[in-house]
Design a protein around this ligand. Structure first.
Ligand SMILES: [Fe+2]
Length: 376
């Protein structure tokens, strides 16, 4: 190892009931937080009001931004940024899935700057730290609480772009598996398979290091061994805990090691079809695993040992997991049928992605097209 860098939130708190620490952790960041949440989960689960009450009891003056969509847009990030710019807010609390956390991180970073969210998603650099951000995920999968990037959709251009900066890293991550107990089976599967994919891709990435390998491998084992149980028995606390922890560890790993071809393809594909990110990743993962194996057979063997899968059987094992969670093997079964033009555009956008460049086996445009074609 010639150089090793490892970055993660300044403070990570994991465990059952960890959310009770939210008021005291939030107080260390500011007194006037903007609390960013999604469309309805926090309200319908009855958790929102007690959380806001606890913040007020701790002497904070929270304001609520409600309604971040599941695959959030640049426009939503702009709206949250404007609320922060106009409202005298001094910190941000993100309570929700990866979409909520991604929007909150971007808005917190952009609040003190000039320019629109669109400018920064088009490549303008974030030059300095923004408002401090605390992230508490309500799903187990994206690892967004431990990453320095924000993935947003530009629906006009049918583009999913990633804003990446050290200044986007949340200051504090509070990961409480309790919040995931309410998650229905389908999002449990999709988010969990995103985490599994991120664990595997960060492990085999060209950017992997001895420091990330341990995190990735453990994350893969935790998620692969427990996700089916979390999917079938949502109230299983051991299963929820294992998947939440695996998701967090995979997030730290991918933030430092980057990913691979699944994520390179998933963004342009996801921008064109209205499907959850984790679902797209789950369908791509077995085929990409088959494609990649020859580039790093030892690493795939290690994964098989960790997942207790026979040699060479990882793709079959991943397909079985998908089937058990009602995820079809082909995109066309979900109504995705890109024409030749669109297929070429997806391939063209996949090639320059940082994830594609970190893939252990270099892939030509023709190989990527063939791989995608085989899954239609
Ligand atoms: Fe992902």
């Amino acid at each position: 190892v010639t150089e090793l860098r490892l970055t993660y939130p300044r403070r990570i708190i994991f465990g059952w009931g960890a959310l009770r620490l939210l008021p005291e952790e939030a107080r260390l960041l500011g007194r006037r937080p903007l609390v960013v949440i999604g469309r309805n989960w926090l309200r319908t689960s009855g958790r929102l009001d007690p959380i806001l009450d606890q913040l007020r009891s701790a002497g904070l003056q929270p304001e609520l931004f409600e309604g971040v969509e599941p695959e959030p847009t640049v426009a939503t990030a702009q709206r949250v940024t404007e609320v922060l710019r106009s409202g005298g807010r001094d910190s941000v609390i993100a309570l929700g899935g990866g979409s909520v956390i991604d929007v909150a991180k971007a808005a917190a970073a952009l609040a003190p700057l000039e320019g629109t969210a669109g400018d920064y998603f088009s490549g303008r650099e974030v030059p300095s730290p923004g408002l401090p951000c605390l992230a508490a995920p309500s799903t187990a999968g994206t690892g967004a609480e431990a990453t320095k990037n924000s993935v947003l959709l530009d629906p006009q251009r049918k583009l999913k772009a990633s804003l990446r900066s050290e200044h986007l890293m949340p200051s504090v991550a509070i990961v409480d598996p309790e919040l995931t107990l309410d998650l229905p089976p389908a999002p449990t599967a999709h988010c969990g398979l995103d985490a599994l994919c991120q664990a595997i891709e960060s492990y085999t990435s060209l950017g992997a290091s001895p420091a990330t390998d341990g995190l990735s491998l453990r994350a893969a084992g935790l998620v692969a061994s427990n996700l089916l149980n979390a999917y079938r028995s949502g109230d299983s606390r051991p299963a929820r805990e294992a998947v939440s922890l695996g998701s967090l560890l995979a997030g730290i790993a991918l933030n430092n090691a980057r990913l691979g071809l699944v994520h390179g393809l998933a963004h342009p594909l996801g921008a064109r079809c209205d499907l959850p990110h984790g679902l797209v990743c789950a369908i791509l993962l077995p085929a990409v695993t088959e494609f990649n194996r020859q580039a790093c057979p030892d690493k795939y063997r290690q994964l098989e040992l960790e997942l207790q899968v026979a040699e060479g059987q990882l793709p079959a094992h991943l397909r079985r997991l998908n089937t058990e969670m009602q995820i079809p093997p082909r995109l066309s079964q979900l109504g995705v049928a890109p024409g030749k033009h669109e297929l070429e555009a997806i391939v063209a956008e996949t090639m320059p992605s940082g994830s594609t460049k970190s893939n252990p086996r270099p892939a030509s445009p023709a190989e990527v097209e063939q791989l995608l074609f085989s899954l239609l």
